[in-house]
Design a protein around this ligand. Sequence first.
Ligand code: AMP
Length: 291
Amino acid sequence: MPSTAIRMQVVSAIADVRAAVAAAREANARIGFVPTMGALHDGHLSLVERSRRESDVTVMSIFVNPLQFGPKEDLARYPRPVEADEKLASEAGVDILFRPDVEDMYASDRSVTVVAGELGSQWEGTSRPGHFDGVLTVVAKLFNIVTPDIAVFGRKDLQQAALVRAMVRDLDMPVSIVVAPIVREEDGLALSSRNRYLTDEERARARVLSAALASIVEKFRDGERSVAALEETGRSKIASEPLVTIDYLAVVDDATFLRPKQAVEGNAAIVAARVGKTRLIDNMILGRDKD
Ligand code: AMP
């Protein structure tokens, strides 16, 4: 732990995190917020670093949000390494770690939720019905609890980031959204809490996802503008891997998630695929060399 660090406060009650934030505000601190589901890796920690650069006090939440999991998804087995997460958060410089209980977040007679609308019904929304309503509902609640000045999200979940931006705009939430680059393994695989489900063989095969996206980016750089042709490049790359099944692969506008006919710089190549039983997502931006 860095010698200058003040001990991280760990709280689970909503009233306690409100009090901790209020105390920081008394001292005129700008509050940065990093919402996560835990099983922390360097991707999450890069968001903390970004928050620390842009604010005075960083709040991280760890909450495996049942509302965003479908009935057949991995809610029960989602990794929850409580102690390791606490250590990583503390070492990364998180000031306040908020780990609410499900019962405190969701009253049994709760009724009102956020609806993601059209933008939330495509791609991830088609594959995971209700997922984004669950995400936006919890993010809205967390914003109301933590009242951050800025909130940092990863571009790894590009559609989620677009939806959070849309919610903040459409519902006039007083928070600035920062979207940080994707952190990858050396072979290109985007870090994800779900990577730990992969067997050694699946892990080796999974690199085809980023390789396929990179081939699209490269083809764009070489002058190809047809979205259909760009998508075909990525698809054929993935077709060569028997353990990997595409859920969707597309070139889309990074804010509307609509698919243009002709690609332009700033469009996103997005992919979701199953590697064995594990579902992974990734994306890259056309016309940008680095994430
Ligand atoms: P999660 O714990 O999966 O809900 O993710 C919490 C936040 O971390 C989200 O804003 C994600 O987009 C972000 N994140 C997850 N993986 C990465 C990564 N490899 N690089 C950057 N940010 C990430």
